[in-house]
Design a protein around this ligand. Sequence first.
Ligand code: PLP
Length: 384
Amino acid sequence: MQFIDLNAQQQRIAADVDARIKAVLAHGRYILGPEVTELEERLADYVGVRHCVGVASGTDALLVALMALDIGPGDEVITSPFTFVATAEVIALLGAVPKFVDIDPVSYNIDPDRVESAISPRTRAIMPVSLYGQCANMDAINTIAERHGLPVIEDAAQSFGATYKGRRSCGLSTIGCTSFFPSKPLGAYGDGGACFTDDDELAARIRQAMNHGQDKRYSHPRLGINGRLDTLQAAVLVAKLAIFPDEVERRAAVGARYTALLQARGAQSIKDSREGLLTPHVDPDNTSVFAQYTLQVDDRDAVVAKLMAEDIPTAVHYPIPLNRQGAYAHYCCPDCTPNADRAAARVLSLPMHPYLSAEDAERVADAVAYPGSAGSQPVWAAAE
Ligand SMILES: *Cc1c(COP(=O)(O)O)cnc(C)c1O
C-alpha cells in the first residue's frame, strides 16, 4: 500500500497532460507562458476571488504575501506552532518574529480565543494554518483582525478545495496562500504554489514581489525574489484541475469511510474524548479535503510498528511543534503550547488519496484498531 498513490490519477489524465506538455515544448515560453495565465484565471474562478498569482512554491506564496504587506524586521506575525516549518520560516526570513499561539485540541488549528491576547503594538498580521485540509475558524480570526486593523494570511497549503461556510479556502482572508507540492490535494509534478486576494493593489504587489520586484522590464521599485510558477507545472495543473472537483469529493468520501470504519471498531471522535484512539472531527461549518487523515493514538510507536509489519505506511504530521525546534525556540516560551505538544506526541496520519479503495480502508482500520498480535486487544484498552 502507498501512503499517497499518484499513479491512479496520472493514468486518468495522462493524455491531457501529454498534450499540454507538448504544447509548451512547441511554443517554448517556459517562463510565464500562457499556461500560467490560464491557470491563474481558472484558479481565481474556482476559489471565487478577483486575483490569483502563481508562484514557485507554497513557501514562496507565504513569503511574497508577507513582502507585499511590507512585513520586516521587528514586526510580529501571529501563527500556529503546529504546522509545517515553512509557515514560520518565511516570517523569520524577513526578520520578523513568529508569535506562536496554541492550537484548538479538536481542530488542530490556531485557537482564536488565544489570538487576541497575543496581539501587541508590533503585530502586523495573523497567519492561521488550515491544517490537514480543514479551514481554521476564519470568522473568529477575521473579526479579531478587523478590530485591530490587521491583515490575515491563510496558509492553505493543505486545504485547497476545502470550504468554510460554503466559501472556498484561499478566499477567506486578505491573502490566501496554497502549495502545489506533488502530495498536496492539488499537486503538480514538481514545486508550485499560488496567492489569492480580492485586493487589486495587493495583487499587483504580490505579482511584483514574486518576479524580482519588477513592474516592467529592468524596473524594480520593490524588493522581490525569483518566485515564478513554471509554465510546465502550470500546464500539468490545468489538466489536473479538470478532475479536481471529483477528487475533492472522493477525498471526503475516503475520510468519512475511515471514520465510520474506525468508530465501528471502538474509536471515538476527538470532539468527544482526549484519550485512546481518536478520529478527526470535521466541523459542521467545514468540508475537509483531507490532505491528511490524522488520528490520535495512545502508543504511537506500537501502532506504527504494527502497521509497518502489515505493509501499511504512516506518517507523523508533525512530531515537534515549531516553538520546540532549534531554529525557532528563542521566539516563544517552549511550554506555552500544551495542546500542540499533546497533538505532536499522539498524531498519526494514515494512507490517504482520492483513489484509496474500500478494501484498503478496511484493512487499515483493522490494523489500527487491533494492533496486538492476538488481534483482539484494542490499542486504547491496552493503555488502561
Ligand atoms: C506544504 C506546506 C507548505 C509549503 O509548501 P511548499 O510548496 O512545499 O513550499 C507550507 N505550509 C504548510 C502548512 C504546508 O503543508
